[in-house]
Design a protein around this ligand. Structure first.
Ligand SMILES: Nc1ncnc2c1ncn2[C@@H]1O[C@H](COP(=O)(O)OP(=O)(O)OP(=O)(O)O)[C@@H](O)[C@H]1O
Length: 547
C-alpha cells in the first residue's frame, strides 16, 4: 500500500511529493538493513557454536581413538597372561597326573608289602608260640620230680634277685603256678621260674602307672599292702580285662613280702584253686591242700568269676575264707564284675566278698596309656615319635594288653617294611587291629565342643573350623582345640582333621598357647572355666573321666 502511495506521489509531478517518497524509501531500506544486520549476527553466533562443537567432537574422537588403542594393547597383554597361566596349569596337571600314577603304583606296592608283612608276623607269632611250648616242656622235664611246698614249710622265701627266665612268658607262668609246680630250691632257680607264691616279678607298685581311673584302687591296694588285715578285708577289685587287676594283686604281695619279711603270701587264680582242690581228693590230699592255704598271711585270688562250683569248690573256698578272715589274715580278690553279679557263687560266698572294700578299676585314660606305651618302648629300646605313641593310645583305649600289642605290631610292621614309625604307618596297622566302630563317641564329643565354643563366641562351627583369622575366631578356635585335647581321647592329628584338615602341630600349638594364656590372663581363664562347665553340663564324660 505504502509503495503504491509513494509511486502515486512520485507520478503526481510535485517535487515535494518526490522527496517524501524518497524519504520513505530510505526509511524502508534502513529498516531492511537493520534486520539484515541482526540476521548476520545471529548466523555468525550459530556458526561459532557449530565450529566449537566440531572442535569438541574432534577432541572426543581423538580421545576415543587413544582409548581404543590402549584397550587393545591391554587386551593383548591379558590374553598373553591367560595363555601363560593355562599353559602352566596344563603342565602342572600333567605333572600331577604322573605323580598320581606313580603314587598309585607305590600304594599297590605298599599294600602288597603290608600283606606280606602281616603274613610274616603271623608266621613269627606261630613260631614263637611253638618255641615257647617247647621251652616250657624242656623246663618241666629239667625240673625233675615236684615237691609239695606245704611239706617243706618254706612259704614266704623271698625271691631271688634274678629277672624272669629268658623267653618265658612270665605273666602266664605266674598265673598258672601251683604249689606243686614250685621248685624245691628257689634260690638256685631264680624268681622268673614258678615261684611258690605265684607273684609275677614284673608287677610291683613301682611299675604301676596311676591315673584317674585307678587311683582309688591303687590307694586301697597300697593301704592293704602296708597294713594287711587291718583296714579293708577282704579287698575286692573288679574291672574289665587287662586293666591292671592282676598287677595290683601281685604288687600287694610283693610289697607285703618286702616290708614284712616272713609274710606268707600266695597269688592264685580261682581256676587253679578249684583244680587244686579237685585234684587233692579226700583224706591226706585235702588236708595238705587246706594246710597250704590256711598257713597263709595274705591270699590273693584272681578272677574269682572263674571259680567253678564243681565238687563243692564254692563251699571249700567259703570255708577257707572264713578261717583266714577269722584268723585276721588278709584276703584280696579280683573279678571282671562286681560281687552282686557273681550270682553263680551263691549268696553266702557273695555276701563275704561284699563285706569288705569293693573297688572298681576302669580302663586307663589317655595320659596313662601314653605313659605305658612310652615305658614299653623304652624297655624294648625303640625310639617312637611321641605323636605315634599318642595316636596308638588314642585308638586302643580299653585294654592294656591290646595297647602294648598294638605297639609291638607297629614296630614289627615298620621294621619289616623299613619305614619310620610315624603316625601314617601306625594308622595303617591300627586300621586292621582296631574294629571300626563308626563315628566314635569321642568324635561326637569333639563336634559338640566345637559347636558350643562357636555358640559361646557367637560364630558358627564352620567358621571355627575355617580359614578366617579374625581375632575372636582365632581365640575361639584355639580354645576349642584345647578343649578337644583336654576333654576327649582323640589324638592331636584327629582333632586337627576335625578343624578343617589342620595338622597336629596346630593343635599342639593351641594347647601350649592356651595353657600359657590361662596362666597369664584371668579373663581367658574365666572364659575357659565357664565354657568347660557348660560343655560338661550338656555332654557328660565321653570316656568316663570328666569327674
Ligand atoms: N596302670 C598300669 N600300670 C602299669 N601296667 C599296667 C597297668 N594296667 C595294666 N598294666 C599292664 O597290662 C597288662 C595286663 O594287666 P593285668 O594282667 O593286670 O590285667 P587284668 O586286669 O588282671 O586282666 P585280666 O582280667 O584279663 O587278667 C600287664 O602287663 C600289666 O602290667
Amino acid at each position: 500500500m505504502r509503495r503504491l502511495h509513494r509511486t502515486a506521489l512520485a507520478y503526481s509531478g510535485s517535487a515535494l511529493n518526490r522527496v517524501q517518497a524518497l524519504e520513505d524509501e530510505l526509511a524502508d531500506a534502513d529498516r531492511q538493513s537493520l534486520r539484515s544486520a541482526a540476521l548476520v549476527r545471529a548466523l555468525e553466533g550459530a556458526l561459532a557454536d557449530a565450529q566449537q562443537r566440531a572442535t569438541d567432537l574432534e577432541l572426543q574422537i581423538r580421545q576415543l581413538h587413544g582409548h581404543q588403542d590402549r584397550t587393545a594393547a591391554e587386551k593383548d597383554k591379558a590374553l598373553q597372561l591367560y595363555e601363560d597361566q593355562v599353559t602352566a596349569l596344563l603342565r602342572e596337571r600333567q605333572d600331577l597326573m604322573e605323580q598320581v600314577e606313580a603314587l598309585g603304583e607305590e600304594l599297590k606296592d605298599a599294600h602288597a608289602r603290608r600283606v606280606r608283612a602281616e603274613r610274616r608276623c603271623e608266621e613269627l607269632e606261630r613260631q614263637l608260640v611253638a618255641a615257647e611250648e617247647q621251652a616250657s616242656q624242656e623246663d618241666t622235664a629239667a625240673e625233675g620230680p615236684r615237691v609239695d611246698p606245704a611239706a617243706d614249710g618254706s612259704h614266704g622265701v623271698p625271691p631271688a634277685a634274678d629277672g624272669p627266665r629268658e623267653g618265658a612268658p612270665v605273666a602266664e607262668v605266674a598265673r598258672e603256678a601251683t604249689p606243686d609246680e614250685a621248685a624245691p630250691d628257689e634260690a638256685t632257680r631264680g624268681e622268673g621260674t614258678w615261684a611258690r607264691h605265684g607273684l609275677d616279678p614284673r608287677f610291683g607298685f613301682e611299675t604301676f602307672v596311676v591315673g584317674e581311673t585307678n587311683r582309688f584302687a591303687h590307694g586301697a591296694a597300697r593301704a592293704v599292702a602296708e597294713a594287711p588285715a587291718t583296714l579293708y578285708n577282704p579287698l575286692f577289685v573288679y574291672g574289665t580285662s587287662a586293666i591292671g587287676k592282676t598287677h595290683l594283686l601281685c604288687a600287694i604281695g610283693h610289697h607285703a613280702r618286702r616290708t614284712r619279711p616272713g609274710t606268707r603270701v600266695r597269688y592264685v587264680t580261682a581256676e587253679t584253686l578249684a583244680h587244686e582242690y579237685l585234684g587233692a581228693g579226700r583224706g591226706r590230699g585235702l588236708d595238705a591242700f587246706r594246710r597250704r592255704y590256711l598257713d597263709l598271711d595274705l591270699l590273693l585270688v584272681d578272677d574269682i568269676q572263674l571259680l567253678t562250683g564243681q565238687g563243692g569248690a564254692h563251699e571249700e573256698f567259703r570255708r577257707l575264707f572264713d578261717e583266714l578272715h577269722g584268723a585276721r589274715k588278709q584276703i584280696v580278690v579280683s573279678s571282671d564284675r562286681p560281687p552282686k553279679q557273681l550270682t553263680h557263687l551263691g549268696d553266702r560266698l557273695r555276701g563275704r566278698l561284699e563285706s569288705g572294700l569293693i573297688t572298681h578299676v576302669q580302663p586307663p585314660e589317655r595320659a596313662v596309656r601314653v605313659t605305658l606305651l612310652r615305658r614299653k618302648a623304652e624297655q624294648e629300646g625303640i625310639d617312637v615319635p611321641p605323636e605315634t605313641l599318642d595316636h596308638i593310645a588314642s585308638h586302643v583305649q580299653r585294654n592294656v594288653r591290646e595297647l602294648e600289642g598294638a605297639l609291638v605290631r607297629v614296630r614289627a610292621f615298620a621294621s619289616l617294611n623299613r619305614q619310620p614309625m610315624d603316625v601314617q604307618l601306625a594308622a595303617i596297622v591300627l586300621r586292621d587291629l582296631v574294629p571300626d566302630r563308626g563315628p566314635s563317641r569321642e568324635e561326637d564329643a569333639a563336634r559338640r565342643i566345637i559347636e558350643m565354643t562357636g555358640e559361646y563366641f557367637g560364630v558358627t562351627a564352620e567358621a571355627l573350623c575355617g580359614k578366617e583369622r579374625g581375632r575372636a575366631l582365632v581365640t575361639g578356635r584355639q580354645m576349642a582345640m584345647y578343649l578337644c585335647r583336654e576333654l576327649t581321647d582323640l589324638s592331636p592329628s584327629r582333632i586337627g582333621q576335625l578343624f578343617g584338615g589342620r595338622d597336629h602341630e596346630s593343635v599342639d600349638y593351641a594347647d601350649r598357647k592356651l595353657r600359657a594364656l590361662m596362666a597369664e590372663r584371668r579373663s581367658i581363664y574365666n572364659q575357659m572355666t565357664e565354657l568347660t562347665a557348660r560343655i560338661k553340663a550338656v555332654d557328660g564324660p565321653p570316656s568316663g573321666r570328666w569327674v
